[in-house]
Design a protein around this ligand. Structure first.
Ligand code: NDP
Length: 278
């Protein structure tokens, strides 16, 4: 039951029917006994600005922004976190004390928290390959550098997008990975592309896996993804999907809105319930 005291948060994007955010944020709010509601606002691009402004005018506390509006919503924020400025995207917005709309992108921090804290992966000195050059790749790459990566390779289906990303960091920090001509092995391979959603594998071969290779697919699903299957079958030491990142980026957003850090461990244990559609 909601009433005038209900704290309201919501997600803006389209389509949203499969979003796990209501379940995740409701779980967090229950930890603090909050009278809380999290809604899905399926919104076409032309209504994003109106929807954001109306939400806050009506007393809403915090918004998440998802595909395809992460870039567009950036324009309506008056203040941006460093990650948000770097990526020119937002996935979390709120009002500050001066009623200015502020934006952050917690995808990057959520990814690193899952990698470093939940999976104990130390990035120092590790050889890293990032597959994909879309929004999420752009968000996580700067955070990989900040967290200990000195140099990484980037591959993307459309080569020019990977080239643009490599240019952004310069050849001392990044290089294009060409599956035909490069023969490096990697300690960490991050599939930040949507390929697994379509049951497709990037052009990866067993010989790119270092002895103790870790492979992460940012796509998540009830079943293991095709990329995680490939990694396991070819001897990767550990593989995992993007559910942990999703949970941690939500926890980061919750902490921004409410200055309280929710416990996330329980949600990992409820993976099946979280991913089932009921
Ligand atoms: P974008 O649409 O911005 O980029 C999509 C990327 O995937 C591009 O690099 C694109 O390559 C590539 N791609 C798409 N289809 C294929 C394919 N069939 N084969 C190979 N590459 C392909 O999406 P995002 O970067 O925002 O997200 C990428 C994926 O990451 C999403 O599918 C989403 O599931 C996941 N994600 C997970 C999150 C989490 O919390 N776990 C958070 C955000 C995203 P090209 O340039 O050639 O089109």
């Amino acid at each position: 039951m909601t009433d005038e005291y209900t704290i309201r948060c919501a997600l803006i994007g389209s389509p949203l029917s499969h979003s796990l955010s209501p379940k995740i944020h409701t779980h967090f709010a229950e930890q603090f006994g909050m009278n809380f509601e999290y809604s899905l606002l399926d919104t076409p691009t032309e209504l994003v600005e109106d929807t954001i402004r109306r939400f806050f005018a009506e007393g809403g506390r915090g918004l998440n922004i998802t595909m395809p509006h992460k870039d567009f919503a950036y324009n309506f924020c008056k203040q941006h976190s460093i990650v948000s400025k770097t990526t020119r995207t937002v996935n979390t917005i709120w009002l500050n004390n001066d009623n200015n709309i502020c934006g952050d992108n917690t995808d990057a921090t959520g990814f690193i928290r899952d990698l470093v804290h939940n999976h104990n992966f130390d990035l120092k000195g590790k050889r890293v390959l990032v597959i994909g050059a879309g929004g999420v790749a752009k968000a996580i790459i700067p955070t990989l550098f900040v967290s200990g990566t000195d140099f990484l390779y980037i591959y993307n289906r459309s080569r020019y997008r990977a080239e643009k990303l490599v240019e952004r960091y310069g050849n001392k920090r990044a290089a294009l990975w060409d599956p035909e001509t490069n023969h490096e092995t990697f300690d960490l391979i991050i599939n930040a592309s949507s390929a697994s959603l379509y049951g497709e594998l990037p052009p990866v071969h067993a010989n790119i896996l270092a002895e103790n290779a870790h492979c992460v697919d940012l796509v998540y699903s009830m079943e293991s993804t095709i990329f995680c299957d490939w990694a396991q079958e070819n001897g990767a030491a550990r593989t995992w999907d993007g559910l942990g990142m999703l949970i941690e980026q939500a926890a980061d957003a919750f902490e921004i809105w409410f200055k309280r850090r929710p416990e996330t461990r329980d949600l990992y244990k409820q993976r099946y319930a979280l991913l089932s559609s009921d």
